[in-house]
Structures are given as C-alpha cells and as structure tokens.
Design a protein around this ligand. Sequence first.
Ligand SMILES: [Zn+2]
Length: 385
Amino acid sequence: MKFEDIIRQNQVITIETLKRDPELIQQLHLLLSKLHFYPTSQVNAGYNPQTQQGMEKFAWSQYLDTIKTGKIGRTFAERLLQKADPDRYYANLLEPCGKINDNTNKSTPVSTTLAAVDPKILLKDAPGCSTSVLDGLSRQLIDEMNWIEPSTLVSFGDLNVDNGPAVYPFLQPAARTALSRAISARGRKLYVNSAYRTIAQQLMLYNQGQRRQCGIGIVATPGRSNHQSGLAIDVEDYYGWRPFLEAQGWLWLGQYDPPHFDYVGWGTRDIRWLAILAFQQLWNRYNPRDQIYEDGLYGWSTEYRLNRSPIGGFPPRILYLTLPYMEGSDVIRLQTALNRAGITTGTDGVFGPGTELSVMNFQRQKGLVADGVVGPNTYKALGIS
Ligand SMILES: [Zn+2]
C-alpha cells in the first residue's frame, strides 16, 4: 500500500496496520526524512521509535491529532505527500480541470442559486456545488488585487468569447493579448469553461474535495493552480484550438487534463501571493479586532479566516474623510459610482478632500444630508449594495 491509496480510497488505517506494511513504512520514512522529521540514513529500517517520533512531530506541525488517535487517515496522508513531495502530489492526485468545471458550471443553475442564497453565509458553509455563489466575495478579491497593483488582471470578456456562468474572464495583460491573437487567427468564437479562479473559489472546491462532496476528489489548496495566476484557461473544442493557442505561447497540458492551457510566453509574473495578500488586507480592513499577518503566504491562519468570510463579500464600510485617509477597493467602487452619477472625481482608491467634496455634491444633488459621510443612504442612492 502507498499513501496515494489512502487518499484515493479515503481509507483510515491504524498504526498497527502500518507496522505490518513494509512498503508503507518505507514511503513514510522517505517522506518524513525529506521534511527532516526522520534520519535519512534509516529510511530502509522497519517501524521504530524514531518513526513514531517523526510522525508525531509532523502531525504537530500540521495541527493534526492523528497520532494521538492511533489512526492514519486521508488528511494526514495528503498533508504528508503535499509537503514532502509536492510535484508528485500535484501530478498524480489532483482532480483535472474538466471535472471541476462540470460541477462549477453545470451542476446548479446560477441565477436561481444566487437569488436564493444569503450573502452572509460563510464560505465554509457555502451551499451547492457551483462556486458562483461566491460572486460577491470573488469580485471584491479581484478589485482588491487591482487596487494593490493596477492592471494585475484584465478582462477578456470583450473578445470573441462565450464564458460559462461561473467564469471570471480575467487574465494577466500578456496572456490576454496572446489569447486575442489566437482568436483573431482562427476567426471563430472561443468557449471558455474556466479562467481566473479566486482563492475563495479555490477554497470552496478544496472544501468539497475534503468532504467528498460534489463528486470532487483532490483539489489543490489555494495558491497552487495556474488558474490563480491569471495564466490558465479551460476551453471547449481543445483539439481545434490547440494549434492556434500554441502559436501564441499557450501550452496544452495534455491528455491528463485536455481542456487546460497554460500561458508560458513572455511578460508574466507570479501573482498568487498577491491574491493571498489581497484577502489578508481585505480581512484586516473589516476585522479590526482580529488582525492577521499581511505576508502573502497561505497558511492555517489565512485559511481559517477565508473560511469565515461571507460569500457575498464584506459589507461596505462607512467611508468619510479621516487621517490617515481611508483607502481600498471599496473607495474605488465609490469613486467609480460617483463618476457614473455624473460627478467627475479621481479613481485612485484614496478618500481625500476631493472625494469628500464629490460625495457632498452628490448628496446635495440627491437631497440627502450633505455631510460627506458615505453610509447606507448614500450607498443606496449610488446603487451600491
Ligand atoms: Zn484548467
């Protein structure tokens, strides 16, 4: 037996069973030694006190109480493979995109789902199989990324494409340009089943995998997949599109995951840390009494908060002139709405005196109290929910 089998078959084995399986013990020693929890020179030895110690140390580092219970289950096996041998783990065990997209795009009719779901529900309790219920939170995350680094992600929704219901048509600028060229070269509409995936969507899929819901197996934790880099798309008619996409720097992943293409051309960067940083900033802005590190690293403490974020997004802050100035993606949303209402104002995401004046002008125009404070009434008048 291998740890892969425990994961695939969702098995639980006792330490006693482990002791009788030399193949599994050897793999365990190898993995633990890679993580420096077991001496490399003893990999071929049988089960011994150091094995027990190594497992305890690893379980402790992962906040798992596996060893105390005397059993090894899927979570332990998965964490161990993921940490010690990530390449093998991601190559052999992860769910291919095609299957995830089937669930995300087709399993629940989006319009009815969105209407019926309370936006205050937390991500960990997100209902159904479609990640489209996370729309509010997902959009907030994309806004926040673009606020930290403008034009990190650009929309390709204006190209000759047809996107599935839960698709966020965002790519890094270089990938968008390459996609645009491929579509022009073929002169045909491209059907896209997945493009940018927010860390919120990724965590919902990961949760489904962990709970064996929605027919999903193993899903990467947030921060791994190229879909979170704005450098991947899943398309229909992939054989037809392959030569056109490949001519523009898009790489076909192959038979294992046929709809998936990665952009590997010039002018890109790794933005996965930015997606995580965006969430950490967003969380801290709305949770002044529960601040977390803004380090762009996805760990236990970030996952815990992401699981406890409302699927409809964090409710808008009350915005007003203060020192230091309030800033963020919600200020950009306010400034954009003011411009839409005919009040020209900068969209820099910083609530300075100019923005305050614009708010007061808008409030006067609408017969509201012109106090420059953006609260529920002003939000409503601006059409921001
Ligand atoms: Zn994919």
